[in-house]
Design a protein around this ligand. Structure first.
Ligand SMILES: Cc1ncc(COP(=O)(O)O)c(C=O)c1O
Length: 391
């Protein structure tokens, strides 16, 4: 550590230099990320309220009230009534909270198990390991959709949790949430839906007239939903969200913190100190954008998604894994050859994609920072590399 502090000007110069290595969203080269540049108004609000700490809600009761309002509003967007929950550091923490709640609600099970589709996010592997739960993975069919027969066959007396995904990480597909709900009807099994990505996509697509299957609290058996404002919600990082139907969950399964300056309260979080800034910025962003603002963002992303699909369909040697349901596209080879070399060559041209070796696909997430002209350049490079590799 320096004895004497540097001048602000000099520090800014060092930072500028060091951070110039970072990729920028507006370069168009970040094609495989679920995050994007946060909305300008959200950023402004976040900076203003960066000191708010929701780890001690008694001290920041105004911020806590805003969070409750926001959770209720998002809960209504997901067709729930008086939904409870809170903001998290992201989808991984929200999923971990749901898994822990499911386990806590079944103290009668000695060796608890949970069932997730093979397409589930890594956060469920992490959660299972951290919480000592056996993770059972249901297979996918040839068409990348969930094999519901296999899923059903994994349910037994030790199952405390089943998980469905509304917007899979690799392809943006929606699991048959209603069908999973029927499988556990009248069973004491918690049902969590991971809509970390889809949560701020599906409601707007539906309003745009897309045919979207039921995936939220409209399905009676759904107990909780993960949905992340720092993905398609355009909010600052970190902001995930966990939304729960049963109001008593926090009383039943929450941690009590006895020493806080603002007084006791119960919470479900893994973290203690918790940023209030992202909650306030998203509260403001929801008010600012409204349904029409989000619809406009989604409309543009979907137009670009179809433009990319047309481009891919025009290149011999590669193909779409499946028709996109949302703004996520998967590319694979026509021959079944590995996509690894294709990914490597595209990376050399500075295209930052998502490589899913298990599914032999390259994922592109058409986020709001991606424009048609970025995609035109990418399609040109893609065609060139596919030809060069002789795929
Ligand atoms: C479906 C799904 N769930 C959970 C997560 C984890 O979210 P985070 O990276 O915010 O922890 C992701 C991230 O890509 C995801 O796609």
């Amino acid at each position: 550590m320096l004895e004497e502090g540097l001048k602000k000007r000099d520090i800014l110069k060092i930072l500028e230099n060091k951070l110039s290595k970072d990729y920028r969203y507006n370069s168009g080269h970040i094609l495989g990320s679920m995050c994007t540049a946060a909305h300008e108004f959200g950023r402004e609000i976040y900076c203003k309220y960066v000191n708010k700490n929701l780890g001690d809600p008694g001290l920041f009761s105004g911020t806590a009230e805003l969070e409750d309002d926001l959770v209720k509003e998002i809960g209504e967007l997901y067709h729930g009534k008086d939904i409870i929950g809170s903001f998290t550091t992201g989808g991984s923490e929200a999923n971990l909270i749901a898994v822990r709640v499911a386990k806590e609600l079944r103290p009668d099970i000695n060796e608890p198990e949970m069932i997730v589709p093979v397409s589930a996010h890594m956060s469920f592997d992490k959660s299972a390991e951290l919480l000592g739960i056996k993770l059972r993975k249901a297979k996918l069919k040839e068409n990348s959709k969930l094999d519901t027969e296999h899923f059903k066959s994994l349910i037994n007396e030790n199952t405390c949790l089943v998980v469905g995904i509304a917007g899979t990480t690799s392809l943006g597909l929606i699991d048959p949430i209603q069908e999973i709900g029927k499988m556990i009807e009248n069973k004491e099994i918690f049902f969590h839906v991971d809509a970390a990505f889809g949560g701020f996509v599906l409601p707007f697509l539906k309003h745009l007239g897309y045919k979207i299957p039921e995936w939220d609290f409209n399905v009676d058996q759904v107990d909780s939903i993960t949905s992340d404002p720092h993905k398609m919600g355009m909010n600052v990082i970190p902001s995930g969200g966990i939304f729960l139907r049963n109001k008593n969950i926090i009383q039943k399964t929450g941690f009590e913190i006895p020493y806080l300056a603002g007084g006791n309260f119960k919470h479900l979080h893994i973290v203690g100190t918790r940023p209030g800034g992202p909650v306030i910025s998203f509260w403001a962003l929801m008010k600012y954008l409204g349904m029409n603002g989000f619809k406009e963002i989604l409309n543009k992303c979907m137009k670009n998604t179809y433009y990319l699909c047309d481009g891919i369909n025009g290149i011999k040697g590669i193909k779409l894994v499946t028709e996109p349901v949302m703004n996520i596209v998967g590319i694979t080879t026509e021959s079944g050859e590995s996509i690894c070399e294709l990914d490597e060559e595209l990376r050399k041209l500075d295209w930052m994609l998502g490589k899913f070796e298990d599914f032999n696909l390259i994922r592109i997430v058409i986020m709001p920072h991606i424009t048609k002209s970025h995609l035109t350049k990418f399609i040109k490079d893609l065609a060139y590399i596919v030809k060069k590799l002789g795929l």
